[in-house]
Design a protein around this ligand. Sequence first.
Ligand SMILES: C[S@@+](CC[C@H](N)C(=O)[O-])C[C@H]1O[C@@H](n2cnc3c(N)ncnc32)[C@H](O)[C@@H]1O
Length: 270
Amino acid sequence: MWGHHVQKEIHWNLAVCRVAAINTANEFRGIINLTMGCRDSDAPSDAYLSALYALAYSQLAELIGPVDPDRTVEIGAGLGLARLSDHRWVCSDVSGSDPIALLSLAQALPYRSGSLDALVLKDTWHHIPEIEQFLAEAHRVLRPGGMIGVFDPYWGLLARLVYRLLHQESWNATTPDWSFPSTNPWDSNQALSYLMLIRDRAKFDSTWQSKFTLIEPQAVVGPSYLLSGGVSRRTPISGSMLAALLRWEERRGAWFDHLRFFHVFGMVKR
Ligand SMILES: C[S@@+](CC[C@H](N)C(=O)[O-])C[C@H]1O[C@@H](n2cnc3c(N)ncnc32)[C@H](O)[C@@H]1O
C-alpha cells in the first residue's frame, strides 16, 4: 500500500525533500528533511527555497483569484508549505498529519458536487497516475467557474534535457498513455503536462475543452533551480544569491522560456 515499506531514497523535485527508509505513512513526516543541496533544515529556511515556494504559491493564488479558503483544497499538499505564505487552503494528501486535514486520493475527493471554489496542485499533477480520473472528479466537485491551478515541471529545452538525463524522477515523453503504473505516491511522469497540453493537444481539447476553459501555461523559474542543487542536491552558491537570480529570472521575457523549469496553468470549470 502507498506509504508503506518504501525503502528507497526519494528526492522531491522542487522541495528537494530527502525521505529515507520510510516504513509507515506516519513515520514519513517525522523523518522528512527539507534540504537545499545537502544543507538540512526544518523548513525551507534557505533563502532560495523560501523564494521559490513563495513564488509558486503566489502564482497559484493569483491564478485562482479570490476564493473561500475553506472551499479551496490543495491536492498533494505534502508538508503544507503554502501556509508559510499565509494561504489557508485545506491541505490534503494521500498520507500525513497536521496540517494535512484531509487524507484523500486526487481521483476520489470526498466532496459534494459543485461544492469547491478551487483545487491547487503544486508539483502534484505529474504524480497522479490516472489524471483523467482526477479531471473528471475535479469537474464534479468544482462549482461552475471554479478553477484547477497547477504548478508543474515545464518542457523548455533546458528543462527537458535536465529532467530526462539528470533528474531522479522519470520524464517519459514517448509513452502513448497519460496514465502510468503507480505503486506509491512518488511514482510520476514529469512529462505529463507536456503530453497533455502540447503533444496530445488535439486529444486534450476534444475531451476536456467542453468541460474546462484552459488558462494557457506560463513558464516560470529559470536556471536558478538547476544551480540550487534542485537536481544534483549540491551547490556552492548561497541561497540569497540564488534568490536574487530567481527575482532576475522572473523579470525576463518570453525569450527566456527555453531556460525555464516550471509552468503554471489553470482550468476553469465551464
Ligand atoms: C512532489 S510532492 C509535492 C508536495 C507539495 N505540494 C510541495 O510542493 O511541497 C507530491 C505530493 O503529491 C502527493 N500525491 C501523489 N499522488 C497523489 C494522488 N494520487 N492523490 C493525492 N496526492 C498525491 C504525494 O503524497 C506528495 O505529497
